[in-house]
Unconditional design. Structure first.
Length: 408
């Protein structure tokens, strides 16, 4: 008699689905509650909205401390408390007042203008609802268009660190949808796939190694679409804020990477905690070189599964990024979901590692850099394992009932 019956497996999977979906809904509600009650941890949305409000009033000074701080105070009705924040490093004015810097490219602020002019709770609620919808569409595309197993895909998309972005008002859910759209379109409409991938420039740290993967794959039309999308970002940025503020964005982004090396979850952060920021950047450079050499050596294997390879290089971008935080982990979901076509058990296990590693840190106050890096590395390893499978026939996606009852 088996230790775990088929019925027990089914009930366990059903309980897992309920917990994951429940956590997703609760994180969204948590963010709305924080905005309504006076932000306690929903700090990420505040500089997004404040920068958008500056644009709506004709100012292009999105990366200037005093105007941004004033816009945040006007948006909240009071200055940002110094205690606000999760792992985001708050800056301060000479007066001692705290403010959260805006680190995304200027067009990201322009996109949020319609929401930022609304009352804070309503604007945040709409953004959070759009984020949940994006996660749902990404799940649907992964399971119906890319043939990923449903249970494994849900475990990846709804893993605990990724859905924390719903409470914070982060971009990651929307970027995950852009990534999935890019993966889906890569074979059929490569230029459009590249344009979809270029949306990840909202967070360049999630994308910076992807061009290496596209070159190795010989996906030159996807790379062309990505380059064209990047050009559109530059042109739009210059049109919105001008050259000086565009340079200010680059400076702010690079400075944030250095400032957060001690709390970020990538390998540079792990090294930075032990040996300082300079050693962290050395680890970044060495890691990038290893990725390039290894990709060239394994190029034939990588070309056999282009969608998984592109998703893997997003994982590698996060592994070696100097600026990656818990909400960014939802971008690992496509790689884990695609890996489950060949390695379903390890994929589900890696998603469980992602969730378990962050259960103690649901309050977002004390991130464990080592555990976070192990979680990213586990997801990346699963993608590598799936690429190493010699049998090119995937497990395929099973119907919902079969998936919930199948052996992991």
């Amino acid at each position: 008699m088996p230790l775990i019956t088929e019925r027990s497996r089914h009930l366990l999977r059903l309980a897992t689905v309920c917990l994951l979906v429940g956590d997703l809904v609760s994180q969204m509600a948590r963010g709305v509650w924080n905005m309504a009650a006076g932000p306690a941890v929903t700090v990420d949305w505040i500089p997004f909205a404040a920068a958008a409000r500056l644009l709506s009033r004709g100012s292009s000074c999105l990366y200037c401390a005093a105007p941004l701080a004033a816009s945040e105070a006007a948006y909240l009705g009071h200055p940002l408390p110094t205690a606000v924040g999760h792992v985001l490093v708050l800056n301060s004015l000479p007066s001692g007042a705290a403010y959260a810097p805006f680190l995304n490219p200027p067009p990201a602020a322009a996109l949020l203008v319609p929401l930022a002019v609304l009352p804070p709770t309503l604007g945040f609620l709409i953004f959070a609802a759009l984020s949940v919808a994006a996660m749902a569409v990404a799940y649907q595309l992964l399971t119906t268009r890319l043939d990923c197993p449903q249970f494994a895909t849900l475990c990846a998309v709804a893993a605990v660190p990724g859905v924390l972005g719903l409470a914070l008002g982060q971009w990651d859910a929307l970027l995950t949808l852009a990534l999935v759209l890019g993966l889906w379109a890569a074979r059929r409409h490569p230029l459009l796939a590249g344009l979809a991938l270029s949306l990840l420039i909202v967070k360049p740290q999630s994308l910076w190694l992807v061009p290496v993967g596209l070159l190795v794959l010989r996906q030159f039309r996807v790379l062309l679409g990505l380059a064209f999308g990047a050009l559109l970002w530059v042109v739009a940025s210059l049109a919105i804020v001008g050259p000086s503020e565009f340079v200010a964005w680059l400076s702010a982004m690079i400075g944030a990477g250095s400032g957060q090396l001690s709390i970020t979850f990538g390998l540079p952060g792990l090294v930075g905690v032990a040996a300082g920021s300079r050693a962290g950047y050395v680890a970044l450079a060495i890691g990038a070189a290893i990725v390039v050499v290894t990709a060239l050596l394994l190029r034939e294997r990588l070309r056999a599964r282009p969608e998984l390879t592109i998703a893997l290089f997003v994982c590698l971008s996060l592994v070696f990024s100097p600026h990656v935080l818990a909400p960014d982990f939802v971008l690992l979901a496509p790689a884990l979901s695609l890996s489950a076509r060949w390695r379903r058990g390890p994929s589900v296990a890696a998603s469980a590692v992602l969730s378990l590693a962050f259960l103690p840190d649901l309050n977002l106050s004390s991130p464990n850099v080592l555990l976070g890096f192990v979680a990213i590395a586990a997801a990346t390893l699963v993608a590598v394992m799936a690429l190493a499978v010699r049998n090119a026939t995937p497990n395929g996606a099973a119907p919902v009932a079969a998936t919930l009852g199948a052996t992991a």
